[in-house]
Design a protein around this ligand. Sequence first.
Ligand code: 3YP
Ligand code: ZN
Length: 384
Amino acid sequence: MTTGYVWHERYAWHDTGTHAGLLPAGGAVQPFRNFESPESKTRFAGLVEVSGLLDHLLRVPARPATEEDLLRVHSPAHVARIRALSEAGGGDAGDGQSPFGPGSYEIARLAAGGTIAATEAVLTGAADNAYALVRPPGHHAERDRGMGYCLFANIAVAVEWARANHGVRRVAVVDYDVHHGNGTQSAFYEDPDVLTVSIHQEHLFPQHSGTLAETGAGAGAGTALNIPLPAGCGNGAYTEAFRRVVVPAVRAFAPELIMVASGFDASAADPLGRMTVTAAGYRALTRQLMDVAEEVCGGRLVMSHEGGYSPVYVPFCGLAVLETLSGHETGVGDPFNEVWASSPQHPLTSWQDDVLKKAERLAHSLGLLAPSLPDPGEPTPGRT
Ligand code: 3YP
Ligand code: ZN
């Protein structure tokens, strides 16, 4: 198995300023650093190297997305505004929560382009699957503004690039970041050929989006699916949600390519999410995504990094995903596992199950749970 891997030192140079976690410094709020800092990403990239896994991956060079690539998704005004602010020394991408410093226009193009490069590696067959460890993230960025740390919609830009350059038509995007993938959803809301599935903590961010009622519109009616989970979900709720809703929906949609918004902010150690997923959980979710990719699209699976704000735990969650994608075990494992192992918050609870039942019913009514290939009686190889 060949797994493409994108990382560029310049991703760590994107400067999110002195926000104290979530708030701009000022008054009684002492300057600190933004929750969205280089740390979790550089330490993830560091562990990929120190664990030895890097030697078993195909290093895919990042390249900047062109203006033409960005304009398939974003308005000319948005692209010009980010560029001008970046040249003037920095600014905010649109919502007051997305600060950036000088040069971030180029870095954000490199993040979208890194996702394109990973997608290209998979579509040309150079890699079987790929992980783009990019920064800044992308899944909140809308056509005309940045939002929630995101400047450009990395995955949406890569999807449109694949459709413009590789004759790809149908794509499914699965987003397991703890926040709603509103930007990706809005880019394809009226598009019948792109299924967006987002599983996230309900009413977290953006606070009022990502409800079960958002299912697509116009020609794209029925091609958006949200699974808004209550706070406190662990491996049980996530693996069951994937088994009962996410995977069947992707299977029924039968895409030619699966893209994944890979945020690790549903982890047990995250300061922004209130979930308890562990590295073993991310490993199981990845396994399920690989299995359905194998069933419907020759294994073509491309992940692009999103959130995840525990500098100590994100690297191990990320390593678990990369080990699973590549089929290579480094032996590093999850040193934190025993810290969470005794948590009662792993098994699926009745109130979490109630939400999954609603999501299952909804997916069914949208025609997204219809059995398709292969024969439903046939066991899926490799499923755990
Ligand atoms: C919470 C407040 C501002 C941005 C935010 C969450 C960003 C994130 O991790 N999105 O996936
Ligand atoms: Zn997030």
